[in-house]
Ligand binder design. Structure first.
Ligand code: S3P
Length: 434
């Protein structure tokens, strides 16, 4: 699988902040990660491609230069939110902006803690463009996140690299921990652990600045969120058998595969080992003839009626896979209900509305809630015209739906998959039999 997008963003930014030249293997070719590279170049970082490797000449935490104009983060929330943490600690001002989708997404969540740390930020009513007047050094803070977001956590930790003292982030729900792992890989000390008694599942990550560190060689694991579309398609298409190697299987990212297993689908992870402080493994999947949920209901009557519930603390660990899980849910007995997922409305598109609209177009029964949706199960989907609303994950989820549907599915603007996975259609073509 092509390199993980989340890990690639972090590898590029942390390498840029390091002293010396880092080599990054299997760097994501996604448009989002290219946006990160072009912003770093504007900040004076020299980056060279060597085949599928990237060489990043780190400038150290004092080495960025003020860019000549606004930094364009394209469609990439990760670029904007993580980079903002770095820019907050610089002694110059930077404007960061992006495409129409990114300019509509909430940025107040990063503005608040960065201002508490001493940066001054103006915005378009909590949205980009943001003008970030950095402050050097920043003030350390202890911050309890009001929203479960790895992007917010990473933004604050990156700002903490340029703060004088210990910056701590407390989260009440587990989110992906690639930033903590990558910083440790670069030998930056990060403390982490349980943050009892704040909340049942509360945890903290803390960094003591100012931090200086040296370049490293990094291997980026295959993207498990990209692999998810292949896994779901193979699991739902009877007679399929697929093996994906070198896939990142970080525990904060594998919940989708575990859910498929809980639904009785034949998915396993084998051969796990560590690479650049991230677990990687082989994912094997076989298409089942008939799927039944393995949920522990008392009577068979209940199995008929109850949808599989996805809600609560697990939601942030499944966040990018929820549209796909809704498609999978349309195939299982009882269907699926997803709640506590209001964040989906402020992703690259309103993913609750986009998923509901397109599933309905394919003949599924869907009820939309403010914070999620319910999809009836065991639906024979029919081919339809799909509008992914420019959102890569909607386009890929509905390509999987198109594979299991009867009749032709036409995905408009399908090239939007390039935001995370430009190789998607070519790779899919190489494993789908006609
Ligand atoms: C990401 C975190 C998630 C995810 C996004 C990538 C990251 O966003 O949806 O695709 O790389 O940190 P939030 O942390 O804002 O939920």
């Amino acid at each position: 699988m092509p390199g993980d997008k989340s890990v690639s963003h972090r590898a590029a930014m942390i390498s840029a902040l390091a002293e010396g030249t880092s080599r990054i293997r299997n760097f994501s070719a996604s448009a989002d990660c290219n946006a990160t590279l072009s912003c770093l170049r504007e900040l004076g970082v020299s980056i060279v491609r060597e085949g599928s490797d990237l060489l990043i000449h780190g400038v150290g935490s004092d080495g960025f230069r003020g860019p000549g104009g606004p930094l364009d983060c394209g469609n990439s929330g990760t670029t904007m939110r993580l980079l903002a943490g770095i820019l907050a600690g610089q002694d110059f001002a930077t404007t960061v902006t992006g495409d129409e989708s990114l300019r509509s997404r909430p940025m107040a969540r990063i503005i608040e803690p960065l201002q508490m740390m001493g940066a001054s930020i103006s915005s378009n009513d909590g949205r980009a463009p943001l003008v970030i007047h950095g402050h050097k050094p920043l003030e350390p803070i202890s911050y309890e996140m009001p929203v479960a977001s790895a992007q917010l956590k990473s933004c604050i930790l990156f700002a903490g690299l340029n703060a004088n003292g210990r910056t701590e982030v407390i989260e009440n729900e587990v989110t992906r921990d690639h930033t903590e792992r990558m910083l440790r890989e670069f030998a930056v000390p990060i403390e982490s652990g349980d943050a009892e008694p704040k909340g049942e599942k509360a945890s903290f990550a803390a960094i003591t600045g100012p931090a200086r560190f040296l370049a490293r060689d990094i291997s980026v694991p295959g993207d498990i969120s990209s692999a998810a579309y292949f896994v779901a398609a193979a699991a739902l298409l009877p007679g399929s058998s697929l093996q994906l190697s070198e896939v990142g299987v970080n525990p904060t990212r594998v919940l989708f595969l575990k859910q498929l297993g809980a639904l009785g689908l034949d998915v396993e992870i084998v051969g796990v080992r560590e690479k650049s402080n991230e677990p990687v493994g082989v994912v094997r999947v076989r298409g089942a003839e008939r799927q039944t949920p393995s949920a522990k209901f008392d009577s068979p009557m209940m199995v008929q009626r109850l949808p599989m519930m996805i809600q609560g603390l697990i939601v942030p660990q499944l966040i990018d896979e929820l549209p796909l899980l809704a498609v999978v849910g349309s195939q299982i007995e009882g269907g699926i209900e997803i709640r506590d997922a209001g964040e989906l409305r402020v992703k690259e598109s309103d993913r609750i509305a986009a998923t509901a609209m397109n599933l309905k177009a394919m003949g599924a029964e869907v009820v939309e809630f403010d914070d999620g949706l319910r999809v009836s199960g065991q639906t024979q989907l029919r081919g339809a015209k799909i509008d992914p609303r420019g959102d890569h994950r909607i386009a890929m989820a509905f390509t999987v739906a198109g594979l299991i549907a009867q009749g032709e599915t036409d995905i408009e603007d399908a090239e939007c998959v390039g935001v995370s996975f430009p190789e998607f259609f070519e790779l899919l073509d190489s494993v789908v039999e006609r």
